[in-house]
Design a protein around this ligand. Structure first.
Ligand SMILES: [Zn+2]
Length: 398
């Protein structure tokens, strides 16, 4: 009775698995992913690195596969996140994001949205438009924990659960899975609970002002920098954003941030004369220019996408089941629950030297595949979801 149940779960999690599970490929003998308990998040911060950090990896033999550290085999990831709604700044952010083709994340306090006299909170119409442009809207609780001063406050679990419930109800196609803890430096900060958040979310953003080392990410307290330092601030060398793509930094502790994940946090834009933060429109514009200038090395990812990718990658296994001149077949699994962790990983596969083109499918459905070369040798970058069935590569015109 075990196998049909697993197949049912697989089909529910991965629409692409339908054809496979439904029997289109009955001659297949590859095993389905082993049934096991899957993680809802990697809540425990790692005591030691989860894997050795390397530069880009180039598999040595034809058919060999590796999961890329970040999407599209980029060196590093960067996420721009905006807290507390700050609806008055939305047009500024949308214009820059569109110009630079970068998707942003708003962590929304849901309690005031659409209410009378709540200009900064915005309206549901506004947030629907933001979402329709491909940006990510996640939870910053219901009241920003301002409500905890009232005797009627319903508690931290309610703050964490009610906000995503409202977002999912009000925004079409929404599935809220990330939190930014609200409140710093007062009793609200103490009221936050990583354990309660871990019962609800795939990832949560903390307020520690550091970059994230790629192999030591604390997914329930992701570090976040609240100032823009493009290598030009002597005051805070630890949050120099450029370290994530710089293999040559001279200070040992800074080297550990190479290939890391930079999460930046913003509130309102500081656009009055005599600005006291780095969040001026001019500085934010410089930041976008820097992202675009380094786009070949950077994945500008919504917070949730990078958090899903990271946890799938940290627990992923990719196996080559077959590799010859006609076909390469792989199985990609991870220890994360595929119903929640459904972001495709980029897998790099060394191709037979005669393959001048490549086509890829997973469980019978086409998936993105790009052929690249390195030192004259062809490789494929394929985007596939863990635990969603076998991946097949063929030369597009065999
Ligand atoms: Zn806040």
């Amino acid at each position: 009775m075990k196998l049909p149940f697993v197949r049912f779960l697989l089909v529910m999690a991965c629409p692409g698995a339908m054809a496979y599970a439904a029997g289109d490929n009955l001659t297949r003998v590859e095993p389905l992913p082993t049934p096991s308990l899957k993680w809802q998040n990697l809540a425990l911060p790692p005591g030691k690195p989860r894997f050795p950090l390397t530069d880009r990896v180039w598999p040595a033999t034809s058919g060999e596969a590796t999961v890329c550290l970040w999407e599209d085999d980029k060196l590093a990831a960067i996420s721009l996140t905006i807290d507390d709604n700050e609806a008055q700044d939305v047009p500024f952010w949308l214009a820059l994001a569109q110009k630079h083709d970068v998707k942003l994340t708003w962590f929304l306090v849901t309690g005031g949205i659409g209410k009378k006299d709540s200009g900064l909170a915005g309206t549901w119409e506004l947030w629907k438009q933001v979402k329709a442009q491909g940006h990510s809207l996640q939870s910053h609780t219901v009241t920003h924990l301002g409500g905890m001063r009232s005797p009627d406050w319903k508690g931290i679990a309610w703050e964490y659960a009610e906000s995503p419930r409202t977002l999912d109800e009000m925004l079409p196609g929404q599935r809220t899975r990330a939190l930014a803890y609200p409140g710093t430096g007062d009793e609200r900060q103490k009221a936050n609970s990583k354990d309660v958040a871990a019962g609800q979310y795939a990832a949560a953003r903390g307020v520690q002002g550091y970059l994230n080392q790629a192999n030591k990410i604390a997914y329930m307290a992701v570090n976040c920098c609240f100032s823009i330092n493009l290598g030009d601030s002597e005051k805070s060398p630890w949050n120099d954003i450029t370290l994530i793509i710089n293999p040559d930094s001279t200070k040992p502790y800074q080297k550990t941030y190479y290939r890391g994940w930079c999460v930046l946090g913003f509130h309102h834009l500081d656009n009055k004369p005599g600005a006291t933060t780095t969040h001026t429109p001019a500085n934010v514009t410089r930041l976008f220019d820097w992202i675009t200038a380094n786009r070949q090395d950077l994945w500008p990812a919504p917070f949730l996408d990078a958090a899903l990718y990271g946890q799938e990658r940290d627990t992923a296994t990719v196996k080559t089941l077959r590799a010859d001149e006609q076909r390469i077949s792989l199985m990609l699994t991870s220890e994360m629950d595929p119903k929640r962790f459904d972001y495709p990983l980029t897998v790099k596969i060394r191709l037979p030297s005669r393959w001048e083109t490549v086509r890829a499918s997973q469980a019978g459905g086409a998936i993105p595949a790009e052929r690249i070369t390195h030192a004259g040798i062809p490789f494929a970058l394929v985007k596939a979801k863990p635990d969603c069935g076998p991946i097949d590569l063929t030369p597009a015109n065999p």
